[in-house]
Design a protein around this ligand. Structure first.
Ligand code: KOT
Length: 839
């Protein structure tokens, strides 16, 4: 007789089991085992990549019991779950994070060292999973960390891109894009679940029929089908047993789709179709703040949305007989409009596949969904041509038209005769070629709409979404962004974390407001000395990195003035350059004049098709070339462009900054999150009243923030009056000298054409008003230099900044979403004694 299987939760796993044990001897044994049995290598022949893989498996094993227990608890308790739908999750490396969240750092370091290896070197061999472009994707990653830490049942749903954001190389000062083959050696953190694959339909047409009850129904006859295979990555909370899944979908050809071609002996045709299906999850579109109106992009969006909604519905139906109460078990968050087609897909699934009537389906949909807007740039609002929509998603277009018809009928009743209002609110833009407006769809289909910083939400209400705000003021709510202090303080700045721990213990990691207790040390010379030493240590490490990667020697005692973020005109990296050139001009006029030695560090990727952003990178490198080598400068100014800025490079950069550049045109940056990471690590901010800068300044105290520039209102007023950048150029000799130097080809070996597009754009349009803010920015920098020269004062300001950033923990943000949008509660995960003891 065969033995029955023991239920997994009753498996008699022992403390010393090689897959769960956490004492040093067991860890060493497990590590060696994984190297042998999973990597298939003798230690003597193994590479650092093999060691990384073996250690990753060792850690994943130690996450599994908590992970399975988390899933089981959610099932049994029938809890309400947050589903975070996002086309991007910019997770960064997993290994360091798992070591921290499992409290295993010290023991694993010892095990690795006793095996004759270096943990830091192994950590560097993890590829940085770059499944996102910038702020929006990184926010999703911070949110899943906070959700698990706060013990909130949650699933992150997205796409398992085979190629993430490109690797940026710099060739002759220009950006070059190299494909990101992050899966080359396999991904040890994920587990595939082909048993839970779902089918997604595309294209074709619809037809009407009558069901058994004689009701009129619509059926979608697709032209194509693809299959979504889920890959789950564990997301462990800090200091909890909760391990939530990040579920990413990979597209695969469906069997029956190939079947006919194969049977007919048409292998080439079958293979071509297979390739076409699998292209859907091939590559992340590298655009930030500009949509890519490509068919494949819409296919990606619909693909992951449909997979995820089918998965959510399947989960619900395991415990409930119908979908009438879906909103009681599911809160679905749309991370911008990239997944907004979910509103139509949910309606289709409820009505066409689960027999629900329109009114009920619409009520359930609205109660389930909420939508976050992430941009104020009008050109970034997504719209899809009606023709493409009809071709790819014929049934969804019908549904969108019907949502629109009913919606506009209501509006006509509320505001009779206002045709302009109707055309602005319509889900269809009919001003020229017809488009589906995704933000309008998301607003109508959600019960809550939020911006990501106070100013951003206010501008949404006043401007971008004002007509919707007028209809439903109660739907609009602000949720200022935050970042996880686990990665953005503890992991990236261990010395600072150690200082905090030595004074107040580790409670601050889950309650950042505890740092306020440290304010009493702000005048304590010992504490200030330690603070400066930590900053200097971090700067030395970054200087070393710069030396190794750029061959530029920088002085760790110089002021590190840093701007790292995507390259975009509205973010105004070129305003930073104008200031640097102004300093250079001063030196050229008077080489002996005193200036505060300064290292200007830049980093960030440009969208491959964004010419002006690429030209800004070229200009940065060209200015660096000239200034870094000019003997008159005597090393007092250094300019460094760090290539391939990504999450792991960010972890080196933020802790080493003295000054954080947050200089976007007011009213353009929705929030910013890099600004928070810098301030948490004790950098001072020079910034405009834009996005979350405003709230950072409020928290830090206005005396601890270098403010300059027009307000959002002044920007709008100046534009309305007719802005002429040439007036500023002609009346400001310093600005004129800077522009003239670029235009004369001084940074381009005499070539006057190279930077002409940039110069002309500033002189004749200056859409982002660099000239209007130029003098204020230069003056503010003088204030910065003066303050930096008084190191006691600077240290005090730096300390107060770092200690007052509690508001910008993503834990605070997530608590607000839970209470005010999702209506979900924490669900603690109880573990058997053995794992508690081991933890
Ligand atoms: C990308 C495409 C379309 C619409 C918006 C985007 C977008 C916006 N991508 N990243 N963002 C940024 O999101 C961050 C998180 O909320 C913000 O801090 C930042 O200001 C946005 O630019």
């Amino acid at each position: 007789m065969t033995q029955p299987l023991i239920p997994i939760d009753q498996c008699p796993i022992q403390i010393e089991d090689d897959r769960t044990g956490t004492n040093v001897e067991t860890l060493k044994r497990a590590f060696a085992d994984n190297l042998f049995y999973l990597q298939g290598k003798y230690e003597s022949l193994a590479t650092q990549d093999d060691f990384y893989m073996a250690l990753a498996y060792t850690l994943r094993d130690r996450l599994l019991s908590r992970w399975l227990k988390t899933m089981k608890t959610y099932m049994e308790k029938d809890v309400k779950v947050v589903y975070y739908l996002s086309a991007e999750f910019l997770m960064g490396r997993h290994m360091g994070n798992s070591l921290i969240n499992l409290h295993l750092y010290d023991r694993v370091r010892q095990a690795v060292e006793e095996s004759g290896l270096d943990l830091d070197e192994i950590l560097e061999h993890e590829p940085d999973p770059g499944l996102g472009n910038g702020g929006l994707g990184r926010l999703a990653a911070c949110f899943v960390d906070s959700l698990a830490t706060l013990e909130i049942p949650a699933v992150g749903y997205g796409i398992r891109y085979e190629f993430g954001i490109f690797t940026q190389a710099i060739r002759d000062g220009w950006q070059a894009e190299v494909p990101d083959k992050w899966l080359r050696f396999g991904n040890p953190w994920e587990i595939a679940h082909p048993d839970q694959a779902v089918e997604v339909k595309l294209g074709g047409h619809t037809e009407m029929y009558h069901n058994e009850k004689g009701e009129y129904k619509v059926r979608w006859i697709p032209a194509n089908r693809v299959v979504g295979i889920p890959y789950d990555t564990p997301v462990p909370g800090y200091d909890t047993n909760t391990v939530n899944p990040l579920r990413l979908w990979r597209a695969e050809a469906s069997d029956d789709f190939n079947f006919d071609a194969f049977n007919a002996g048409n292998y080439d045709g079958a293979v071509a179709e297979k390739m076409r299906s699998e292209t859907i999850s091939k590559v992340l579109y590298p655009n930030d703040n500009t949509p890519q109106g490509k068919q494949l992009r819409l296919e990606q969006q619909f693909f992951f949305v449909s997979c995820s909604l089918q998965d959510i519905i399947r989960t619900h139906l395991l415990r409930h007989p119908s979908l009438h109460n879906l909103h009681d078990t599911a809160a679905i968050q749309l991370n911008d409009t990239h997944p907004a087609v979910a509103i139509a897909e949910m309606m289709r699934l409820l009505m066409d596949e689960h027999e629900m009537d329109w009114n009920t389906a619409w009520r359930v949909t609205q109660k389930t969904f909420s939508y976050t807007n992430h941009t104020l740039l009008p050109e970034a609002l997504e719209k899809w041509s009606v023709g493409l929509f009809e071709y790819l998603l014929p049934r969804h277009l019908e549904i969108i038209y019907e949502i629109n018809r009913r919606f506009l009928e209501d509006v006509k009743r509320w505001y009779p005769g206002d045709d302009n209002l109707i055309s602005r609110l319509s889900l269809i833009d009919e001003s020229g070629e017809k488009y589906v407006r995704m933000a309008n769809l998301a607003c109508v289909g959600s019960h809550a709409v939020n911006g990501v910083a106070a100013l951003h939400t206010q501008l949404l209400k006043q401007d971008t979404l004002r007509d919707f705000y007028k209809l439903w003021p109660g739907k609009f709510i602000n949720k200022t962004n935050g970042v996880t202090p686990r990665r953005w303080i503890l992991m990236c700045n261990p010395k600072l974390a150690e200082l905090y721990n030595s004074k107040i213990g580790e409670g601050w990691l889950k309650d950042l407001s505890q740092l306020k207790q440290l304010e009493k040390y702000v005048d304590d010379p010992d504490f200030c000395q330690q603070w400066r030493e930590i900053k200097l240590h971090n700067k030395r490490q970054l200087a070393q990195y710069i030396w190794e990667h750029n061959g530029i020697e920088v002085d760790p005692h110089s002021m590190f003035d840093i701007q790292v973020k995507r390259i975009h005109e509205y973010k105004r990296q070129h305003l930073n350059l104008l200031h640097i050139i102004a300093l250079y001009n001063q030196i050229k006029q008077n080489p002996d004049q005193h200036i505060v030695p300064c290292t200007f560090i830049f980093g960030g990727k440009a969208a491959p098709g964004y010419f002006m952003a690429k030209l800004i990178i070229k200009l940065t490198n060209s200015v660096a070339d000239v200034i870094n080598h000019d003997p008159d400068v005597r090393g007092r100014l250094k300019i460094v462009f760090l290539n391939n800025f990504n999450v792991s490079l960010g972890q080196r950069i933020y802790p080493a900054a003295d000054l954080s550049e947050q200089v976007s045109t007011a009213g353009k940056e929705a929030s910013g999150t890099g600004n928070m990471k810098f301030a948490m690590n004790g950098a001072m901010t020079i910034g405009t009243l834009d996005g979350a800068n405003i709230e950072i300044r409020e928290e830090a105290g206005e005396e601890n923030f270098f403010l300059f520039g027009l307000t959002a209102q002044e920007v709008a007023d100046t534009k309305a009056k007719g802005y002429n950048p040439r007036d500023y150029y002609s009346s400001n000799p310093s600005l004129k000298a800077v522009i003239d130097r670029i235009a004369a080809g001084y940074f381009s070996h005499g070539d006057k054409e190279l930077f002409k597009p940039l110069v002309d754009s500033l002189m004749y349009h200056d859409q982002y008003m660099l000239f209007a803010d130029y003098q204020a920015y230069v003056d503010c920098h003088k204030q910065v230099s003066k303050t930096y020269s008084d190191q006691d004062k600077w240290t005090r300001m730096s300390i107060l900044n770092a200690l007052r950033m509690a508001k910008f923990s993503s834990d605070r943000t997530i608590r607000e979403y839970c209470n005010e949008i999702w209506n979900v509660q924490p669900v603690p995960i109880e573990m058997e004694e053995y794992s508690q003891e081991n933890a």
